[in-house]
Ligand binder design. Structure first.
Ligand code: NAD
Ligand code: UDP
Length: 317
């Protein structure tokens, strides 16, 4: 059996990734310090003898003994706070996991000759983009000292060190730039817009729209995202690739769709917009289409319906 290590494996994306890898015949070791992830995210995997969860902070190093003794065929590096409120509250930890944690994950890959490495990067490397849609060749518009810089610059550094390990050590590295992904197990309280709106609708609370709500995002359903990034792991390509759904919505349009899907009519309240909140975001996925034959298949209404059902089921326990 091939064996994968998923850092951040008890998080939203990491748990879906672990599940899919197991289903495809991999053994999986998830490493997670449970800072923003949870045991509940992997509760359904714990009985599978091919799944191991190591509770550990990867900034402290990644032990090559214990559950990690023996061959590792792929390292999928997903550990990092990802929601703006989470990384704003953990600025230094976010920089550390992006820098030191990434180097530890790269060293684990290097210790296993021929192993592949996948970095979970982000559309935030484009900052508040001045081009639309964003292509991989765009270098971005990031405020290097603003509050979001702890995340944006950590991920930009993570991309840089990943390319350096590829160029210096010939490591088989891959970089996925993930655009706003949502779905079941996106933590209801983690502060991202889809989880906030669904939780608010379920509780009968007003939907909190930051600023005028005319800023845009392009939302990708988790199954599409995972299929795309695993295709990238297999591709003979080492530079960053956007994986996201190019259908673009304003936050107000998202709020309307949440009303429609949940059958609720709670009011919309406008709240202060976070500093440096990007005005627009939409991936150009030409490269992913041509290189991987990948395109998303789940539209926003369908994905919101699936997420809403999962949130309702989780709320009922
Ligand atoms: P998440 O918060 O659910 O998952 C992150 C996981 O990393 C959590 O389980 C957390 O406990 C773990 N973690 C954090 N620091 C760690 C450390 N030092 N050691 C071990 N584990 C640690 O967030 P997510 O949405 O699943 O994001 C996963 C990855 O994908 C992140 O790297 C994020 O930057 C990237 N990403 C996600 C999105 C998205 O829309 N979901 C978009 C762009 C990039
Ligand atoms: N947002 C909002 N209400 C919320 C949470 C977020 O209007 O309750 C906005 C946020 O200002 C941003 C967009 O929704 O413009 C997406 O925010 P999210 O935190 O999900 O991800 P980001 O793309 O900012 O990382």
């Amino acid at each position: 059996m091939p064996r994968a290590v998923v850092t951040g494996g008890a998080g939203f994306l990491g748990s879906h990734l672990s599940e899919t890898l197991l289903a495809r015949g991999w053994d999986v070791v998830a490493i997670d310090n449970l800072s923003t992830g949870s045991l509940g995210n992997v509760a359904h995997l714990r009985d599978d003898p091919r799944f191991t969860l190591l509770e550990h902070d990867i900034v402290q190093g990644i032990p090559l003994d214990g559950p990690l003794a023996g061959r590792v065929d792929a390292v999928l590096h997903f550990a990092s706070p990802a929601s703006p409120p989470a990384y704003l509250a953990r600025g230094i930890e976010t920089l550390e996991v992006g820098a030191i944690g990434t180097q530890h994950a790269l060293e684990l890959t290097r210790a296993n000759e021929g192993a592949r490495f996948l970095l979970a990067s982000t559309s935030e490397v484009y900052g508040d983009p001045l081009v639309d849609p964003q292509t991989e060749s765009y270098w971005g518009n990031v405020n290097p000292i603003g509050p979001r810089s702890v995340y944006d610059e950590a991920k930009r550094y993570a991309e840089a060190i990943t390319m350096a390990y590829h160029r210096t050590h010939g490591l088989d590295t891959h970089i996925v730039r993930i655009f706003n992904t949502y779905g079941p197990r996106l933590a209801p309280g983690d502060g991202r817009v889809v989880s906030n709106f669904l939780t608010q609708a379920i509780r009968g609370e007003p939907l909190s729209v930051y600023g005028d709500g005319l800023q845009t995002r392009s939302f990708c359903y988790v199954d599409d995202e995972v299929r795309g990034l695993l295709a990238l792991l297999d591709a003979p390509y080492h530079e960053p690739v956007n994986i996201g759904n190019p259908d673009e919505f304003t936050v107000l349009e998202l709020a309307e769709l949440v009303h429609e899907v949940t059958g609720t009519t709670t009011p919309i309240v406008h709240e202060a917009i976070p500093v440096d909140d990007p005005r627009q975001r939409r991936p150009d996925i030409t490269l992913a289409r041509e290189l991987l034959g990948w395109a998303p298949t789940v539209d926003l209404v369908d994905g919101l319906e699936r997420s809403y059902s999962a949130y309702l089921a989780a709320a009922r326990g």
